[in-house]
Design a protein around this ligand. Sequence first.
Ligand SMILES: [Zn+2]
Length: 128
Amino acid sequence: MNRTERLIEFFKNEDMYDEKIFEYINSRTHVYPFDTDPKFFGCYPKVEKGILIDINLIVPETKTLKNFLINVHEYTHAIDLYNELGKPYVEDREKFEKRAEYMERKYIQYSFDSAMKKNEEDKKRKSI
Ligand SMILES: [Zn+2]
């Protein structure tokens, strides 16, 4: 599974997937090498005359869990911002940060659960 497929699978599991939103986000995502200085990674709102008109993301390629969590974090910001497109832009950093950090923890739980499930399935297969 590639980066986008894994992100989609995770957000589907969290009931946060919408094809239209993800198409939009993916078309505005720039994937940089995983060893890029982390200060460049982010979700950047484009505001004109106080109105949010576009979103751009810079995320790392996903070679490690840490890189993947940055993707989860920035995608969560992008989903939140998507719903604000065309509206006056009000920056509520604290709310957005809390949600993005919460989704990172969710992903850790999700990947642990998936690994355990796979482990169980492998055990069953071996015992037959
Ligand atoms: Zn953030």
